[in-house]
Structure formats: structure tokens, C-alpha cells
Design a protein around this ligand. Structure first.
Ligand SMILES: [Zn+2]
Length: 145
């Protein structure tokens, strides 16, 4: 349910566990506890159960993405140096790569206009700061300041 938030938390550099596949609440609680993760959920019952396991939780009632991010940032300081350090799809840490390495691998328009690129070794996916990213980062920097 919070897939878009998970994607953006990764772009912002947060180590974010999210799976679109169904897993049971028991499994989820076990992962959160074992890996000392903060559980972000809309599910009130799950929050009650998590608290019994001494798992830190964030109850997410917000539906607007910026509001959701604001709530996470409030409890977990954001590190702007980590922006674009994780793959938004799989959470792997991205490798910074040179412009030469993406020649022919990204759309020509992108290649002409962008200098910085990143690569996910797990997904074999290339990243650059597109306009959507720029807009979002500006909004996030505003709520972070
Ligand atoms: Zn990836």
C-alpha cells in the first residue's frame, strides 16, 4: 500500500525494506525486529503487535506523498548526501558511474543534458536526475529546512 513512499525513501537514501509480494504480519514483524527496522504502516492492529515486540513504528494515515515523507523525515533525519544512493526498485546501493559508461545505454536526449549517472548492479538499471526527480527534491528540501 505504501509502495510509492518506499520508492521515494530509497531515492532519498533510506535503507527501505518493501516487498510488493504478500508476506504475513508475523514475517513482517520478524524482519523488522531482526533487522532493527522502523515499521511504517497504516494497519492499527499491526502497530499494536509491533509495539509488543518493541519495534519502532510510524503510523501512516497520510495519503499525500509529501506529507508521508514529511512524517518520516521528522522521526529520521534526512541526509542529503545520501540522495540517489539506493535503487528505487530493489534497495541496492547504487554505483556512481561516468558519462562514458552510459553512452548508448540511456536515451540520447538524456545523454546530451545530464552529466551524472548511477547504476544498480542488481537490476542493471541506469539512473540520472530527471526533471521529476529535481522537482521532488526541491519540495523535500523545503520541508527538510
Ligand atoms: Zn536495483
Amino acid at each position: 500500500m505504501l509502495g510509492t513512499l518506499a520508492k521515494w525513501l530509497r531515492i532519498l537514501g533510506y535503507d527501505t525494506y518493501y516487498t510488493p509480494n504478500k508476506i504475513t504480519d508475523d514475517d513482517l514483524l520478524e524482519i523488522a525486529k531482526k533487522e532493527k527496522r522502523i515499521l511504517i504502516t497504516r494497519d492499527k492492529e499491526l502497530i499494536i503487535r509491533a509495539k509488543k515486540h518493541t519495534i519502532t513504528t510510524i503510523k501512516m494515515q497520510e495519503t499525500d506523498l509529501i506529507e508521508q515523507i514529511r512524517k518520516v523525515i521528522k522521526e529520521n533525519k534526512i541526509d542529503e548526501k545520501k540522495f540517489l544512493s539506493r535503487c528505487s526498485v530493489c534497495n541496492t546501493e547504487l554505483l556512481s558511474i561516468s558519462k562514458d559508461q552510459v553512452n548508448g545505454k540511456v536515451p540520447p536526449k538524456v545523454f546530451e543534458s545530464k552529466e551524472k549517472y548511477w547504476y544498480c548492479p542488481t537490476c542493471s538499471k541506469y539512473y540520472w536526475m530527471g526533471s521529476h526527480y529535481d522537482d521532488m527534491i526541491k519540495r523535500i528540501e523545503k520541508i527538510n529546512s
